[in-house]
Design a protein around this ligand. Sequence first.
Ligand code: NDP
Length: 290
Amino acid sequence: METAKILDGKALAAKIQQELADTITASQPKIGRPPGLAVLMVGDNPASAAYVKNKEKACAKVGIASFGRHFPTQTSQSELEAVIEELNQDERVDGILVQLPLPKHLDAISLLHKIAPDKDADGLHPVNLGRLVRDEPGLRSCTPAGVMRLLEEYKIPLMGKQAVVVGRSILVGKPMALMLLAANATVTIAHSRTQDLKTITQNADILVAAAGIPGLITAEMVKPGAVVVDVGINRVTDSNGKSRLIGDIDFTTIADVAEYITPVPGGIGPMTVAILLQNTVFSYLQTNSN
Ligand code: NDP
């Protein structure tokens, strides 16, 4: 088979950011302020620091004001809860996000519960997850929503298709499966206890890999003509001692089998950031719609 077509997340993310910038330019004179996003980071995890920097850079580009705060590792749960409470009340802030993972002494789940559901830019609050389960409008988890938007852009049919999601985290796998289900795909979720993963993935018209294991999905696990989406981001060191990012799929060999494929980097990573900005602008417009 010919080499698969690339689902270009980087290009679509740039297009979405331009549209958001135009929306903000048009709305700001009426609303009297720009949208605001607060990204909270605790500790010095280098990967998290890079992600936060990326998000703030993207905010600046489209005209979203950043209210981010960086806290030392030893910050207590109650201090962070007080900051979230303050941001919930701050009328300049439309979106709040806690960069994960957090240092071990902190309870991420109860912090996420403190965020006002309508400022939950990451779509991880139980109210927003409940809205997703019920198929109601609401803020959606950024990564799976980014996958859906990319599939939509390339007009990939989902209705009645067999979709397999590898991974069942609250962040990616579970909301991904629910979104594909809402689009009328027939969805199977695989995880670390799944037996004979290959037999399951071989049936997938749409295969989403979100396990965080480099090279987990190989060419013989993919149905010819499938659409393969790689959510995984794994930092590996190659034989020359150089560090680079790879996904969960064996890109080169799968590109000869699949019809569509996402690259890493340049696939779902930029889409995740674009949806985060979109969620923030959505809250901004909702809050100021009267
Ligand atoms: P988690 O570690 O929370 O979840 C991984 C999931 O994969 C779990 O459900 C786990 O199963 C499953 N899994 C692990 N090993 C296997 C296996 N051998 N076979 C099948 N399933 C397996 O990770 P996240 O969901 O947070 O992230 C997944 C990947 O996506 C990571 O590489 C992460 O860096 C990346 N990511 C990328 C983003 C982007 O913007 N592109 C955003 C967020 C994450 P079990 O539940 O049984 O443990």
